[in-house]
Design a protein around this ligand. Structure first.
Ligand code: PEP
Length: 260
């Protein structure tokens, strides 16, 4: 996780059977042929982690888990620990994705414990936050995201590698995205809450945007202040689309360099 570059992370969710490995192979081959200036990672289903870690290494593709249990081991049928992910070849793990917050009733306290587990195991957690449509429409988006950040970050993150992902729940998988002004507003508020919670060391922690990022909107979203990259769901499943988003991130970096 280089903090001066954009970070593009694909969240494959529960997808990737049969054709998944071919798409991953295509992505790895393209990145070997044409290395990029952004940090690229894929979070596949747990069954594909070890294989993708082996295939992705030479292409510089980091591999992440999609969730982890707070405990290192034990009688937790169906769960996977951060330590197991690390041993399988992960460098990252997503925690607090809204699908888990909603479907598995994960609270900020649980998300915080999972992020701590990631740090304990040597993984960089990607901590997700984001408001629902009802909260956005009630004018509560900033307050909700701020609260989630304050509740989901622990002192253990100070000085460690981690990232925040702002993912408005209503933008995930819907084709809808916030305006660039709304993205800028939340990312600025997120930065403020992160530094309030952890101090100056959170000033350069990447804040990713996630929610219906695609080939057409990536470049403008990635150019918004405080947007350090993207967490990409649907558009990460096809190598061609994901590569186009990686190129958009490179263009955003070049434009930022030209301005600064
Ligand atoms: C996600 O689920 O993390 C996500 C961003 O999904 P999508 O890009 O499909 O909206």
């Amino acid at each position: 996780m280089k903090q001066s570059v954009k970070m593009i992370v694909g969240n494959w969710k529960m997808n990737g059977e049969s054709t998944g490995a071919k798409e991953f192979e295509r992505l790895a081959a393209r990145l070997i042929e044409d290395p990029c200036r952004v940090d690229v990672a894929i979070c596949p289903p747990a069954t594909l982690v070890e294989r993708f870690a082996r295939m992705g290494g030479p292409a510089g593709i980091g591999i992440g888990g999609q969730d982890c249990h707070p405990e290192p081991r034990g009688a937790y049928t169906g769960s996977i620990s951060a330590e197991l992910l690390f041993e399988a070849g992960c460098a990252f793990v997503i925690v607090g994705h809204s699908e888990r917050r909603q479907l598995c009733a994960e609270t900020d306290a649980i998300v915080s414990a999972k992020a701590d587990a990631a740090i304990r195991a040597g993984l960089a957690p990607i901590i997700c936050v984001g408001e629902t449509l009802a909260e956005r429409e009630a004018g509560e988006a900033v307050a909700v995201v701020r609260q989630q950040i304050l509740g989901s970050l622990s002192d253990r993150l100070a000085g460690r590698e981690w990232a925040l992902a702002y993912e408005p729940v209503w933008a995930i998988g819907t084709g809808r995205t916030p305006t660039l002004e709304q993205v800028a507003e939340i990312h600025a508020a997120a930065r403020e809450a992160m530094t309030e919670r952890l101090g100056d060391c959170a000033r350069h922690t990447p804040i990713l945007y996630g929610g219906s990022v695609n080939v057409d909107n990536a470049r403008e979203i990635l150019a918004v202040e405080n947007v350090g990259g993207a967490l990409v769901g649907g558009a990460s499943l096809k190598a061609e689309d994901f590569i186009a988003i990686i190129h958009a991130a490179e263009l955003a970096l070049v434009a930022a360099g030209a301005q600064g």
